[in-house]
Design a binder for this molecule. Structure first.
Ligand SMILES: Nc1nc2c(ncn2[C@@H]2O[C@H](COP(=O)(O)OP(=O)(O)OP(=O)(O)O)[C@@H](O)[C@H]2O)c(=O)[nH]1
Ligand SMILES: [Mg+2]
Length: 155
């Protein structure tokens, strides 16, 4: 995995959530890009991908399609075991990424966390056709640890 991402000079949003909940479908619609891989197999998106929305050559905003969470409970357990206080949680997420950069088990989490840690806002995609699942608790708590603003998008 590469270097840490640079901060953004324009609004940026990472579309994140559980696998197979329509993240790529939403990015495809908002970015008006039908080359994005969409399928009913969970884990279709394996890398973050940037979609800058340009007007007159200038980037208005940037969307990131990302892989879904694969090991949210384990990630959250690591964060909690390295907790040093509520005001330092962003740094603990940074430490998680540094410690697991070459760990294939957390590839998907690191891919999705990187744009958020670089300053992207969070668009958390929820499946409106299914009852609320408790596996989402860990995902949402990890996202809170980043300290970035977030909104839920019910697909
Ligand atoms: N019925 C219905 N199906 C949808 C909707 N949005 C997405 N889908 C379907 O849900 C499946 C998953 O969509 P993706 O956009 O690939 O989901 P994803 O969250 O990017 O999935 P991963 O990349 O695997 O994490 C596809 O079969 C889509 O056609 C929707 O609003 N309604
Ligand atoms: Mg996808």
């Amino acid at each position: 995995m590469g270097e840490a991402m640079k901060p953004f000079s324009h609004p940026a949003f990472a579309v994140v959530g559980h696998p197979n909940k329509g993240k790529s479908s939403i990015v495809s619609a908002l970015a008006m890009d039908d080359t994005i891989a969409i399928s009913d197999t969970p884990g279709t998106t394996t890398k973050k991908r940037s979609f800058p929305l340009r007007m007159d050559g200038e980037i208005l905003y940037e969307l990131f399609d990302t892989p879904g969470f694969q090991r949210s409970r384990q990630v959250l357990a690591w964060l909690k075991s390295h907790d040093v206080g509520a005001d330092k949680r962003h740094e603990v997420v940074e430490a998680f990424i540094r410690a697991h950069r070459d760990d294939a088990r957390y590839y998907d989490e690191i891919e999705l966390l990187e744009p958020i840690m670089a300053g992207a806002g969070i668009i958390y995609v929820v499946d409106g056709s299914k009852p609320y699942g408790e596996e989402y608790e860990a995902e949402m708590e990890i996202l809170r640890w980043t300290g970035q603003p977030s909104m839920a998008l019910i697909n």
